[in-house]
Design a protein around this ligand. Sequence first.
Ligand code: HEC
Ligand code: HEC
Ligand code: HEC
Ligand code: HEC
Ligand code: HEC
Ligand code: HEC
Ligand code: HEC
Ligand code: HEC
Ligand code: HEC
Ligand code: HEC
Length: 317
Amino acid sequence: MRTRLPTLFCMVMMILLFQTTTPVGAATQADSQATAQATDRSYVGADTCIECHEDYYDSYMKNRHGIAADPRTPEAQMGCESCHGPGSEHVDADGEGGIRSLNADSADGAAINNAACLQCHAKGGQALWHGSEHDGRNLSCTSCHSTHNNYANNLAYESQEETCRQCHKSIRAELLRQSHHPIREGKMNCSDCHNAHGTLADKLVDAQSANTKCFECHADLRGPYLWEHPPVVEDCLSCHVPHGSSRNALLNAKTPYLCQRCHSNAAHPSQLGARSNAEAGQSVYRVLNNRTFYRACLNCHVAIHGSNHPSGKSLAR
Ligand code: HEC
Ligand code: HEC
Ligand code: HEC
Ligand code: HEC
Ligand code: HEC
Ligand code: HEC
Ligand code: HEC
Ligand code: HEC
Ligand code: HEC
Ligand code: HEC
């Protein structure tokens, strides 16, 4: 019996660990700071808060956090104080400080703000938050979210684009260009391609790679083709930009320059200038290299993403 006690202890600990919503290891310094900050404070219950903050109560009850029937929500747990922490000190001081404001610019800092949310949201879409680009730059969850409004996903602004625009102004400018993914038309969102909470791929792209992401919607270009164009297989972004371009079809340069980043601009196999040296040396053919001719590469090389035609080696059909 005695020998089994430690095993029993371990099992109980395991069960306890599995039951907590925060994964092991996520108990950061911020958690202990938050706990220390809260030790002198006790819970007073939402009824007390409502006496002075009725409007904040109304706004929170309209979103998912206010659904009491769902045992995982703040409303089913400590109410306002699930997020803001125990409120006794604040109430004793008639509302003068003594509580976590959770505002992104509050003196508490991002780590304490985020611990309040991560106690329930450290999994699923938020699992990669720690170490992500946004975490690394000390963003708070509340840089993008609010709990006291009615916007989709509790965002702090009405749309994603508007939320992101607070910091990423240049992306906004890109979306206004002539060729763009239809984000400003409301047909797509930043989150169709990004997970703002962290991803395995670079630049918060929510897929294995940029190409895998593009294929989710442009599956027809996935191939495999009989005749492949290597840069297409390697990286769509060798020719395209993701957000917006002042050139046609989200291209990052105009033809022929786009092509000539990789293909020689000195000659073309089918050009007139490719005659014998003697002939080319003294005639008009000399100037007929592809600086003056054959510039509309795509007129002939129509299958630029790859060809399945038996004689499509030159991507011309
Ligand atoms: C006696 C009235 C009163 C009660 C009760 C009360 N508050 Fe406040 N609270 C205030 C006042 C006054 C302010 C400061 C002015 C403002 O921002 O509205 C304030 C500010 C706040 C802030 C912003 C703090 C900051 O630093 O910006 C939060 C968050 C807050 N209250 C939450 C709560 C919660 C949660 C409860 C219940 C535990 C609660 N309040 C109970 C009066 C009260
Ligand atoms: C799900 C977490 C959550 C719950 C539950 C919650 N709040 Fe908040 N509250 C926030 C966040 C996040 C902010 C800061 C961002 C914002 O302004 O919306 C905030 C801001 C506030 C502020 C203003 C702070 C400021 O400085 O402007 C007050 C007051 C407040 N909450 C009161 C309450 C009261 C009262 C309740 C309960 C009826 C409550 N909150 C429930 C997350 C929560
Ligand atoms: C006590 C647990 C708890 C806390 C603390 C908490 N949430 Fe939630 N949150 C939930 C639950 C439960 C849902 C509903 C999830 C579902 O239905 O799958 C939810 C939903 C959400 C959603 C989706 C809303 C929607 O309309 O779909 C967002 C965004 C969110 N929470 C952000 C936050 C942020 C930001 C904080 C910190 C300020 C926070 N939560 C704190 C439990 C919590
Ligand atoms: C840079 C902006 C940004 C930050 C910072 C951010 N979020 Fe979000 N969050 C979003 C956007 C945008 C969505 C909507 C995503 C969608 O529609 O798929 C979202 C959706 C959510 C959802 C609901 C959908 C889901 O993925 O489950 C939850 C919960 C959530 N965020 C929690 C958090 C928490 C917790 C933090 C802090 C650790 C946080 N967010 C920080 C932008 C942000
Ligand atoms: C509060 C400011 C802020 C908001 C709001 C914000 N971001 Fe960021 N974001 C940053 C910072 C700071 C970085 C770090 C890289 C940098 O300096 O640009 C970053 C990085 C990124 C990156 C990776 C860039 C890279 O070079 O690795 C992407 C993608 C991104 N954000 C998308 C979004 C999306 C999508 C939203 C809206 C849902 C959003 N951001 C909202 C501040 C913000
Ligand atoms: C069609 C998919 C797609 C959509 C939609 C999208 N992005 Fe991106 N975004 C990308 C890809 C792919 C990259 C990586 C570019 C690279 O590696 O050069 C990127 C890069 C970024 C960067 C890093 C800086 C840069 O330009 O390289 C930021 C910031 C960013 N996106 C923000 C946003 C915001 C904000 C939105 C919504 C308004 C958005 N993105 C919508 C695919 C997308
Ligand atoms: C969530 C779906 C989605 C994803 C992911 C996506 N696209 Fe698109 N793409 C669209 C839609 C929708 C259009 C607009 C089609 C239209 O207007 O007919 C479009 C249009 C385009 C266009 C043509 C634009 C024009 O002005 O003619 C190009 C080029 C393009 N996408 C490239 C990409 C690349 C490269 C990626 C990966 C970085 C990507 N797309 C990822 C949905 C997506
Ligand atoms: C070698 C350069 C190059 C690469 C790499 C490339 N594209 Fe393109 N793409 C083009 C050109 C050039 C056009 C314009 C074609 C036209 O105007 O007829 C285009 C047009 C498009 C269009 C809009 C018209 C159409 O054909 O449907 C989409 C969508 C597109 N590309 C997606 C992609 C995706 C997804 C990838 C990666 C798998 C990719 N492209 C890789 C050069 C490239
Ligand atoms: C990022 C570099 C890059 C860009 C940009 C690029 N290509 Fe290519 N292209 C290649 C590579 C690499 C090959 C394979 C060459 C080989 O197999 O010898 C290739 C092959 C080709 C071929 C087939 C050659 C053969 O094997 O017969 C054609 C045609 C072609 N490219 C046309 C174009 C056109 C037109 C453009 C502009 C719209 C373009 N390429 C843009 C890198 C590029
Ligand atoms: C008038 C039609 C036409 C135009 C315009 C044209 N090409 Fe071609 N291209 C061809 C044909 C046809 C072939 C195949 C020649 C052969 O098999 O000998 C070819 C072959 C190629 C090859 C393969 C060369 C090799 O060694 O097999 C490349 C690369 C290429 N073109 C790139 C370009 C680029 C870049 C442009 C624009 C600057 C361009 N082409 C414009 C018709 C054209």
